[in-house]
Design a protein around this ligand. Structure first.
Ligand code: PLP
Length: 348
């Protein structure tokens, strides 16, 4: 069963929105340094990007404790997810994951012939790593973990995740989708790159779409063993799918620690405000470590979503185990005020 799919296409409704809170984008935009880099890069837009990839892979490799050959750039992390889905599904078998998680890779894998086994979450809406471990059978081709998880916003303890990877990766490849990792305080971030450096069969997927605000520019990367990257590469259009303007913007944004800290701090502020406002209204909010919040609602998803959209507020809704939920992305404080005011009107 697929309980992950959106009720309908929320993107079709986006243009008229007052508060665009449905795709976990960065409401503050891209860094000025990245904008300047784009303008400058137009001067070399006639050239294929080649040596320039090193300008991004070298600092990423240094930060992650891996070698540049452990990194493959891509136009957004979706390309890495899709490549892995196709590859690990092609001989059938099972992709093992958790319920209530991001389903793009899973849906694609299903299309290519894989079965999906999704273990229930813990009571506090976290990945249940012991349950996943216990569910590993010989037909499991890949374990897919999203941390921080979308849509719950929860994280698993770093030590548990590391121990899980050390135990499981020698048997089954483990794919960790780290799209929201930049919302951790830098000192608290899991450092799974060191396991890749030790030779473990992990695939880490990263994106510039979130804290860097590159959702429209499209930039992401995978960290894995070079032979695994080579395999995945064969399912993609290759790194040339990344434009030189986006690449140079990425180089600038990656270095722009002040901007990243600013975006993280603003996100935390607006998230705290929204969590408190919903809690004060009597709603049980799942504590989020990312740039979105999930909470159960007391109306049918379609009705709720329709009434919010009618006010120009874009959110997403889904049913999990028969319970309707709203997932609201964390926008600016202004947008979150609009969201809370609109929410009050809908729920009375
Ligand atoms: N992984 C997760 C968990 C996501 O939520 C998203 C997008 O929202 C992606 C991957 C893909 O993002 P992108 O292709 O923009 O990097």
């Amino acid at each position: 069963t697929n309980e992950f799919s959106f009720a309908d296409d929320p993107f079709a409704k986006m243009p008229k929105l007052k508060a665009r809170l449905l795709a976990n984008e960065n409401p503050l935009g891209i860094a000025q340094s990245a904008k300047d880099a784009i303008v400058k890069a137009t001067e070399i837009g006639n050239r294929y990007a080649w040596m320039e990839f090193a300008q991004l892979k070298t600092p990423i490799a240094a930060d992650e404790g891996v070698k540049p050959e452990n990194i493959m750039m891509s136009p957004g992390s979706s390309d890495v997810l899709m490549a892995a889905a196709e590859h690990f599904a092609k001989e059938g078998g099972t992709i093992l994951t958790s319920a209530m998680t991001y389903d793009d890779l899973l849906q694609r894998a299903q299309k290519f012939g894989a079965k999906i086994k999704a273990m229930p979450m813990t009571k506090d809406f976290k990945y249940d790593l012991p349950a996943i471990k216990a569910a590993i059978t010989p037909d499991v081709k890949l374990v897919y973990i999203v941390n921080p998880n979308n849509p719950t916003g929860t994280i698993v303890p770093t030590a548990d995740l590391e121990a899980f990877c050390r135990e499981i990766a020698p048997k089954v490849p483990v794919f960790i989708d780290e799209a929201y990792i930049d919302f951790y305080e830098p000192a608290d971030r899991p450092k799974l790159g060191k396991l890749v450096a030790e030779g473990m069969n992990l695939i880490l997927a990263r994106t510039f779409s979130k804290i860097h605000g590159f959702a429209g520019l499209r930039l992401g990367y995978a960290i894995a063993q070079p032979d695994v990257l080579k395999t995945l590469h064969a399912y993609t259009n290759g790194e040339f799918a990344v434009s030189i303007t986006t690449l140079m913007a990425g180089v600038a944004s990656y270095k722009d620690i002040d901007w990243q800290n600013h975006c993280r701090a603003e996100n935390a502020k607006a998230r705290t405000y929204t969590t408190k406002a919903l809690t004060d209204l009597g709603y049980e909010v799942i504590p989020s470590s990312a740039n979105f919040i999930l909470f159960p609602i007391r109306m049918k998803t379609k009705t709720f979503e329709g009434q919010m959209f009618a006010q120009g507020i874009g959110i997403q809704t889904r049913d999990f185990n028969g319970q309707p939920y709203c997932r609201v992305s964390v926008g600016t404080m202004d947008e979150m005020t609009i969201f809370i005011d609109g929410f009050k009107k809908v729920v009375g």
